[in-house]
Ligand binder design. Structure first.
Ligand code: GDP
Length: 296
């Protein structure tokens, strides 16, 4: 899944006959060059230093580093909760998924990928274009719907997203559908308006079933810089977020940004997107990710 490995470079550092202090300095540099933020690298390596004996061997080092990296995920329920994390929680026979995130993160594409995935699994899927702020927001999803032959409940530009969601839930409940996937707007000026918007949509969905939405998924661009990450953090304030989808994971040459995102947002990652077509979505396993980062 991920084609990033630091193993060779770490081996070179550990294999060199340098002092322990020099080795740790080089390791620090390597991890920072892999785009893990400097304070995070310091935190991780300080813990590794404490656990590693004066003269350490390779296997022990990799084991300890792996454990410390995996600890980043404990706040998300992993790494032991791996299965639980990647799995989706569908409490009812008819379920709704709310897709949220900033514009450009890959929301609409991800909504289409999920629709395709669950349709492949035999569910009757309905898409909902509640991104009525942008002219392109709704039409893009409609185009996906045509391509995948999946119906889309649309909203004209400027229409009330609440009414689009209401109509969509109505169709889900009263027609022959199993799953509704709602693409929401990413354009929000303040955290307050964002919260109000998400809470309103959630409230409308809950009127149909208190166990819904089954999942509220935050789409995060895996190639994002700190600024975009700050914006994504706004969404974290909305307590309803049940998972992350890491879009554009194919665009990250280095694994560091993914570690930053996981550590920063501390929400389980359910899927990763690896391209622009409908099939480019994979279940995400934090353990597999770390294994590939430190593996061959
Ligand atoms: P939205 O504004 O959040 O709805 O974002 P879009 O779904 O329109 O995606 C923005 C751009 O990112 C589009 O050009 C997509 O084709 C592209 N994109 C989305 N997901 C992925 C992905 O997993 N990999 C790659 N390479 N591109 C993606």
């Amino acid at each position: 899944m991920f084609k990033i490995s630091l193993k060779k470079k770490i081996n070179q550092i550990i294999g060199s006959k340098k002092t322990r202090e020099e080795m740790f300095e080089e390791l620090e540099e390597l991890l920072i060059l892999s785009d893990i933020s400097a304070d995070r690298v310091e935190r991780i390596l300080n813990k590794v230093k404490k656990r590693i004996k004066l003269i350490f061997d390779r296997d022990e080092f990799f084991q300890v580093l792996k454990e410390e990296l995996l600890l980043i995920f404990t706040g998300t329920g992993g790494p032991d909760g791996d299965k639980h994390q990647s799995g989706m929680h569908f409490p009812d026979t008819k379920n709704a998924i709310l897709i949220v995130g900033i514009n450009g993160s890959g929301k609409t594409t991800t909504a289409a990928k999920l629709a395709y995935r669950y349709r492949q699994q035999g569910l009757k899927v309905l898409l909902s274009a509640a991104d009525t702020f942008r002219a392109a927001g709704s039409s893009q999803l409609v185009m996906w719907g045509e391509k995948l032959d999946i119906p889309v409940v649309g909203g004209d530009r400027g229409a009330d997203p609440g009414s689009v969601v209401y109509n969509s839930m109505n169709s889900l409940m009263n027609r022959d559908y199993d799953l509704l996937i709602v693409d929401t707007a990413g354009r929000v000026q303040t955290r307050e308006t964002l919260m109000m918007e998400l809470e309103k949509l959630t409230r409308i969905i809950k009127k149909f079933s208190p166990a819904q939405p089954a999942e509220t998924l935050l789409v995060v661009d895996a190639t994002m810089g700190q600024n975009t990450l700050d914006q994504a953090r706004r969404f974290k304030a909305f307590s309803g977020i049940s998972g992350i989808i890491l879009a554009k994971a194919d665009g990250t040459a280095k694994g560091g940004t993914i570690i930053n995102i996981l550590d920063e947002l501390n929400i389980p990652v359910k899927f990763a997107g690896f391209g622009e077509s409908e099939a480019d979505l994979t279940e995400f396993s934090e353990k597999d990710f770390i294994d590939s980062l430190l593996g061959e």
